[in-house]
Design a protein around this ligand. Sequence first.
Ligand code: SAH
Length: 456
Amino acid sequence: MKGMRPEVLKGTCVDLSFEGKGVFKAGSDVVFVDGMFPGEEGEVEAIYRRAGALFGEVKSLTKVSPERISPKCKICHSCGGCCFQQLSYKAQLEYKSKKVREQFKKVGHMDVDVSPCVGMEDPFHYRNKIQMPFGKDRKGNVYCGFYKQNTHVIVPVKECAIEDERATAILDKIKELCKSMHVDPYLEDERRGILRHVLIRTSYYQKQIMVVLVTTVDSFPSRGNFVSALTKACPEITTVVQNINSRDTNVILGEKERVLYGKGYIEDSLCGLSFKISAKSFYQTNPVITEKLYSAAMEAAHLTKDDIVFDAYSGIGTIGLIAAKHCKQVLSVELVPQAVRDGVKNAQRNHVENFSMYCDDASSFMVRMARNKEKVDVLFMDPPRKGSDQHFLNALLALKPNRVVYVSCDPSTLARDVSYLQKSYRVESVQPFDMFPQTSHVETVVSLSLKNVDKH
Ligand code: SAH
């Protein structure tokens, strides 16, 4: 309660914010509230103020939205990971298309047609990557969970409605082994203990599972026994990696890694190709939607056999490798060395020869390409949440690929970047995908075409 006395206000929820919070209005007061939906009326307790905005909790509802449903997960109120568990799936999808349209208007000052958001048939248990901090209560019981919003307090989670169900049993076994083998969870306040986080990656089609134990120290007592007891109890685990992170940091993974069991990576299939995925490489978290998204990205690119394709922010090379069979040549660039090594291996394992991958900053690479006046016909770009930058975008405007397919996980930076490209590019389509059901996040594919085609 930062500098204010809690106050109960009567009013109406009029909208949903960018973060998926209810926008509650009481006279001239506006409060952002989790789990309140447009049209609902009732009492809200304003609890704290951050960056000038008021945040609160629902106390009681006198009018309930027809879109309100009962949540699948009992702790969705305290965990904060899934703000939309109580909102019908149809309303979630509508919110996401609207959010994209609004960001284009607000940030990009553009009116664009946004297609309906592509959703899932079963929008639960879709996540193929789970990372949880570990803790220990006063009785010595080990738990794991998610950090409560804006804190480092762990909300214990036994089952999660959006993670792959195979991970639940593995986490239970790890908790049990930590207790019986005295592998203590790391207690942040006391700066003591061994196990900080556990990361689990599951492959959807190839049924492999990677467990990454993030520890404070390089070696810990009974490490060998721990791993053999775990893999014996959960034979579906195909590899166990130890990641050492001894720093006082919010970043989950440290630099150093050691393979304790199996190959040290997993493999999964997407769009008919097979991919190697290491612990540190980025890989889309929802395999069902990813296949739909990649197919839409390929369609938007209208690739021909003569095209030279550039895939920027390429991760383990997924988009570029899928594009390779439809075009002449693919170049891709990615910053994380482990992902680039995976990408090079992925080209070999899929026998793709018209593909090369570089480990570099995408902007520096693009600037160099523009300076050398290289030919690019189609550009795929899939930057992280903060979007691209002006060096990259200026180089893009100089290179003038005929088509740009922009894949984004943040509609606000997407709108900013697309708006910058408007002078030379026309927006052909804006297609949101529900990569993250039950949350407020949305993934979008925007297809752009060069306005004046007299480039050569
Ligand atoms: N296209 C891939 C990855 C998208 S995620 C896929 O669909 O799986 C964004 C990727 O951009 C991550 O792999 C991240 O490591 C990479 N990245 C982040 N900043 C970068 C930069 N400045 N230059 C190049 N790659 C970057």
